[in-house]
Design a protein around this ligand. Structure first.
Ligand SMILES: Cc1cc2nc3c(=O)[nH]c(=O)nc-3n(C[C@H](O)[C@H](O)[C@H](O)COP(=O)(O)O)c2cc1C
Length: 310
């Protein structure tokens, strides 16, 4: 089944759940524009998530999802909240989804899982996920080890549920490329960081706009929790500490709270400016509807002009 039919949306496009970033304003705008808006839970309290769900419902009657991060400090109440609110779609990521399927299933909630390799994609298909999202290491935020070009076709060949490609998608051309590699749709995060409706601090957006491809760095490799961010004073310090084999406590002194410090307080130097590798494509602040419209036009254009000859 086509992703658009499965999720009852116009474009096969999901807005990535983004901790401290994808609040209800962004999710509403994406759903209204024909994609699947996703309310984040990372960085938000359960109360904020509940209010976010109410906000989205008050502003659109289009489908949306909640991204449930499995390392949320109040995971049980968060899961209860999505059940009580009868959310139609939940996206599970950042942990083992297996223990949570029965509760969500029983409530009639459709589950989509973020996966990092073929083994996990097969596992979530067996558990009953209606689709899975493969996130390549080009993506912004917490990343896995594998990249889209090598891994996406392999996952698409291994499961029968739709595979959604995440990581490195900023233009319609990249959507077409993902489709060729076997994707049934795409999940886009970083491109929406500079949307007008995205509730991150102006300083964060401005920092992204001036950044270029080579400013993309990965911190946290040493601890096994790699995060793709934009180079700044914080990343210089963290990479220096990693190189010096500093203790986790020393690392945490700088890393702790760095997400909200950037997204909410606008500290672009000592906050964590999470974003993916396509920084050259973040050139201006635009309304969500315009971004999605551009992506759709670019996709059609790329398909029309496809002229393959090596
Ligand atoms: C600022 C930021 C925060 C993110 N937080 C989450 C999160 O809380 N949960 C999640 O499943 N993915 C999270 N992601 C990943 C996105 O949902 C999405 O998969 C990713 O951004 C796609 O790659 P792209 O950034 O290249 O578009 C985050 C990404 C960014 C940029």
């Amino acid at each position: 089944m086509k992703l658009t039919e499965l999720l009852n949306i116009k474009h096969p496009l999901i807005q990535g759940g983004m901790a401290n970033v994808s609040g209800p304003e962004l999710a509403t705008a994406v759903s209204e524009a024909g994609g699947l808006g996703v309310l984040a839970s990372g960085g938000y309290s359960v109360e904020e998530v509940k209010n976010g769900i109410d906000y989205i419902r008050a502003h659109t009657d289009k489908p949306f999802a909640v991204n449930v991060v499995l390392h949320h400090p109040d995971l049980d109440s968060l899961l209860q909240a999505v059940v009580d609110k009868k959310v139609a779609y939940v996206i599970l990521g950042g942990g083992n989804p297996a223990p949570h399927f029965s509760k969500l299933d029983a409530a009639g909630i459709k589950v989509i899982c973020v996966v990092g390799n073929v083994k996990m994609a097969r596992k979530v298909e067996d558990l009953g996920a209606i689709a899975c999202i493969f996130e390549g290491a080009e993506a912004g935020g917490h990343i896995g080890a594998l990249n889209t070009m090598a891994e996406l076709p392999s996952i698409a060949d291994s499961v029968t549920i739709p595979v959604i490609s995440a990581g490195g998608i900023y233009t319609g051309r990249q959507i077409l490329a993902a489709q060729v590699l076997g994707a049934a749709g795409v999940q886009i995060g970083s491109r929406f960081l500079v949307a007008e409706e995205t509730p991150v601090h102006e300083a964060y957006k401005k920092y992204l706009i001036q950044a270029i491809d080579s400013d993309s760095v990965v911190t946290g490799q040493a601890s096994g929790h790699p995060v793709r961010v934009v180079k700044n004073k914080l990343t210089d310090k963290l990479l220096e500490l990693e190189a010096a084999n500093a203790s986790p406590e020393e690392f945490e002194k700088y890393a702790k709270g760095s997400g909200p410090r950037a997204a909410r307080e606008g500290d672009a130097h000592w906050g964590s400016i999470m974003a993916g590798q396509g920084l050259n494509y973040l050139t201006k602040i635009q309304p969500v509807a315009e971004i999605i419209d551009d992506l759709a036009k670019e996709y059609e254009e790329a398909k029309k002009n496809l002229d393959l000859h090596f």
